[in-house]
Design a protein around this ligand. Sequence first.
Ligand code: NAP
Length: 500
Amino acid sequence: MTVGQTEGGVCDAVIIGAGFAGVCLGKRLRDAGITNFRIVDKAARPGGTWHWNRYPGAACDVQSHFYCFSFAPNPDWSRKYSPWDEIQAYAERCADKYGLRPHLELGREVKLARFDDASGLWEVSCTDGGLLRTRHVIDGSGGLHLPSIPRFAGAESFAGASWHSSQWRHDVNLAGQRVAVIGSAASAVQIVPEIAKTAGHVTLFQRTPNWVIPRRDRAYRRWEKWAFRHLPAVNRLYRLFLFLRYDWLAYPIVRTAGDSLPRRWAVSQFRRLLNESIPDPDLRAKLTPDFPIGCKRVLLSDDFFSTLTRDNVTLVTDPIERFTRSGIRTTIGAGKELEYPADVIVYATGFDTQGHHLEERVLGPGGRSLREAWAEAPMAYEGCMVAGFPNYHFVTGPNTGVGSTSVIFMIEQAANLILQCIEAAGENGLIAPTEQAMRAYDREIQAALAGTVWAGGCKSWYKRADGRITSLYPFSAQTWRARHRTLRREHFDVWPRRPA
Ligand code: NAP
């Protein structure tokens, strides 16, 4: 293909990302009779985050019967918290079931989305030189896919292999190896128990201890799977039960500041798990957070604490000073250093979540970039659209993250609003929220966030350096659903794409 050449005619929509957001929006477009769209993803397969995060022990910490589409229940989940390969297979089955394969353009990375003032269309250019012209862009690229790899002094001198949790080197056999894991949050609590089963030694470098409560994972029994398969009402009721449990129990735990029954219950769960798993009081002290529960993501694990008592596992809480050829050095005070030998270093250090990649690659009318629009702060009306960027829709934009429900539920509701926007724009129209509506929404969100536990005394990826919370949604899943059900036309401007 010639560089910069436009492929085919004008599409109705280009969906960026073939994860759950892309699959859901693709299905919903087809339901609405819109078939002229493409789903572009840099990965070789659909699945999004589950295509990338295949580290040992990877599983979702939201229960599987709720971590799936309401329109595609899966009676065959093997466990309460199914492993990544089942989730990945489920995403692919959905892509097949809803006829999305012909729309998929995999192994293709979007470089830039630029609004063409002359035509009122978006031009989506890809790193392979291709150019797609489209009426709408649906950005389903999500927030957790750009690895954050801290720069440690001497990193280049380390002689062994090293990689980020989302770029797992399955070609390296860790059996008998000395593995250093940096970071002790959501990814690490899944990785460490799994690799400790075969590694020679695992050294876990923890900077901040986390609140960890039991996951109570288990395999589903045969009769349960039979009931899920043959009695659809059981499936629906179970999903409803999970939805309500997340909204009524998990939501008050991870959001509200101060004392409450659910929060006290969660703290007692942590203490019981810690005390039952770890006899050594020094080790227990190192694993006890000093910030309020919920301020950072509450972790679910049945075996993380007990793994730390294994002979072949060491928890290190001294700060990392530098890497050497043969391992990692920490400072232990009074200018003294200790070296921990390692053959492999795993960065379980999270993701770049501040949306910088988006800001750079979206140019709206008049060449105004999202970076300029978000100079003050990233914001989007109901998490989905930015004033001044017509027909550009986010599935999970700023302030849409949740630690207390299923992101797939959030995606389905966002799809309701996006589809209504597309319908309201019509074939030749442009739609965008008014600046006033977007700012009023942002003020409401930020005011609510100020009263949450996330605003309190801890450092987390939920917020920027200046303390503004840009990732999380402060209200319940029920509120999200209610607000995305009906388009409030008065909050939008709609105008013809071409001058009449
Ligand atoms: P994360 O929550 O951002 O945690 C990164 C870890 O690396 C933290 O322990 C952090 O310590 C540590 N770290 C970062 N920079 C460091 C440095 N320079 N020196 C030492 N330690 C450093 O990343 P994650 O565990 O990959 O999880 C990211 C998100 O992915 C989660 O919050 C969740 O939303 C999602 N996730 C979900 C699941 C699931 O089951 N659904 C599983 C995994 C991940 P500090 O705490 O001190 O910053």
